[in-house]
Design a protein around this ligand. Structure first.
Ligand SMILES: Cc1cc2nc3c(=O)[nH]c(=O)nc-3n(C[C@H](O)[C@H](O)[C@H](O)COP(=O)(O)O)c2cc1C
Length: 205
């Protein structure tokens, strides 16, 4: 798939076909991630790949607890769904666990770093680099004709997952990425769309 087509087609998927992805495809997607720019020339990135139900259950137990607690405290049916973002939240929030567990594979990228505290953007370079990795992977996933879901761990969740999976203390988990074949019936959620003409400020704001 041509790059601009992949950029246009990329979207988040939260419902899956029950169909396995080939591990060779997962490796190509990780390889695409490893081609991302790196702030310190080191590419200090690692990837945990989860496939079996046991592996997923172990890694996802913290997000499962969080989602179950959230479901107890919130009645999604009464959530407003007037605006694009309200519709998105109402659809996406109850699916945070299933959209990962039901994906064929889950990839957990990891980057080397001890702290996310920063007073200027350069101090966030390691975090910025891993998001370059992630975006490469999302576009590669799209170019493979597959879909992906992403979820950012909340609070201590990322640290808990890392501990559970034996990740060294100096690595941080930015996100879970579920990869699979999108369900043909998955809804096409509206998004705000802009063109460059609406967003460019020539010379000054
Ligand atoms: C930094 C970041 C964090 C995100 N976190 C989540 C998340 O925790 N759960 C989720 O379902 N989607 C998450 N998303 C996906 C967004 O909801 C999605 O990108 C947005 O609704 C736009 O839709 P699109 O990706 O289909 O264009 C995240 C996206 C980004 C860039």
């Amino acid at each position: 798939m041509e790059l601009y087509e992949a950029i246009r087609k990329r979207k988040t998927t939260r419902d899956w076909q029950n169909k396995d992805v080939d591990i060779k495809t997962i490796k190509r997607i990780v390889d695409a991630g490893l081609k991302a720019p790196t702030h310190n020339h080191m590419r200090e990135w690692e990837f945990i790949v989860l496939h079996t139900s046991e592996e997923k259950t172990k890694a996802l137990k913290f997000i499962k607890e969080g989602v179950e607690q959230f479901k107890k405290e919130n009645s999604f049916d009464s959530w407003p769904d007037k605006t694009i973002e309200q519709k998105m939240y109402k659809y996406a929030v109850p699916r945070q666990y299933d959209m990962l567990f039901n994906a064929s594979y889950i990839i957990i990228p990891l980057f080397k770093g001890n702290s996310l505290k920063a007073e200027s953007v350069d101090q966030l370079n390691a975090f910025a680099s891993i998001w370059c990795v992630i975006e490469n992977m999302l576009l590669a996933t799209t170019a493979e004709g597959l879909g992906y879901s992403i979820s950012v761990p909340i609070g201590k969740e990322g640290k808990n997952v890392c501990k559970e999976l034996g990740v060294p203390d100096d690595y941080i988990m930015p996100v879970y990425i579920g990869i699979g074949y999108p369900d043909d019936n998955a809804p096409d959620m509206d998004q705000y769309k802009y063109s460059a003409d609406e967003k460019i400020h020539f010379g000054k704001w």
